[in-house]
Design a protein around this ligand. Structure first.
Ligand code: SF4
Length: 237
């Protein structure tokens, strides 16, 4: 007898319906409207979960095709009562080995940015849209984002950060359900389930394009102002 997993079945139904509606839209048959935030929260497959139970659920998750190739699930780290949350794309090789988001050179740069803002890495919360490393660092597939997103939504619901900083094009587009470029999304706040979301460039992009650090610092100054934090230090320009 095959074991049933109601949560997995639920997520598969949601993904199938979404794909069907998008197909219909492309054919000009229907208009797809994003559900209101309240509707999405009602649909959470983890309604009564606390963070610890949510993490256990994620650590054992086999809901999408990324699970066989991961070393570990990279759930998220930091202060569960943080006012500020950073969200990146997906774990890379270092993160997949260590089980922590944003380690390695890009992670070190993110830590510098956090400290320049007057916070500590432990005092904010850091997570990714996707919890398992896509093989060869390929881009996550839409079905993988759709399947994994309820974990992030529940993290946001539990933490209730005042500000979320989406790091990089992929994270910003996935969270905001848009294909607009990061260069057009960054620099202003967007609504994300009751939190203010500021998209900015990914630290890995900054390592390749150091001249963009100034724009990231401009974005971070807006975040600091929103949080009522006075400027602690001048970020590396
Ligand atoms: S990426 Fe997300 S949905 Fe897929 S197996 Fe990992 S935790 Fe589960």
């Amino acid at each position: 007898m095959v074991d049933r997993d109601p949560v997995r079945e639920y997520l598969q139904v949601v993904a199938t319906v979404r794909e069907f509606v998008e197909e219909q839209m492309q054919l000009g048959f229907a208009e797809l409207k994003e559900p209101e935030p309240a509707q999405r929260e009602e649909q959470s497959p983890f309604p009564d979960f606390d963070m610890s139970r949510l993490q256990s659920e994620a650590m054992a998750c086999k809901r999408c095709e990324l699970h066989p190739t991961r070393n570990t699930v990279v759930f998220g780290v930091g202060d569960e009562n943080a006012d500020l949350m950073f969200v990146g794309e997906a774990p890379g090789a270092d993160e997949d080995r260590q089980g922590e988001p944003f380690v390695g050179r890009a992670g070190q740069l993110l830590t510098k940015i956090i400290e320049a803002m007057g916070f500590t890495r432990d005092g904010v919360y850091i997570a990714n849209v996707i919890k398992c490393r896509p093989p060869g660092n390929r881009n996550p597939k839409p079905i993988e984002i759709e399947t994994c997103e309820p974990f992030l939504l529940k993290q946001v619901e539990l933490i209730q950060p005042k500000v979320i900083c989406a790091l990089g094009s992929f994270a910003a587009q996935a969270l905001l359900h848009t294909d607009e470029k990061i260069s057009r999304l960054r620099g202003r706040f967007h609504d994300y389930h009751g939190s203010k979301l500021m998209p900015t460039y990914h630290p890995a992009f900054l390592l390749r394009n150091p001249h963009s650090k100034r724009e990231v610092w401009e974005d971070m100054k807006k975040v600091m102002a929103e949080l009522g934090v006075s400027r602690a230090a001048e970020a590396e320009q």
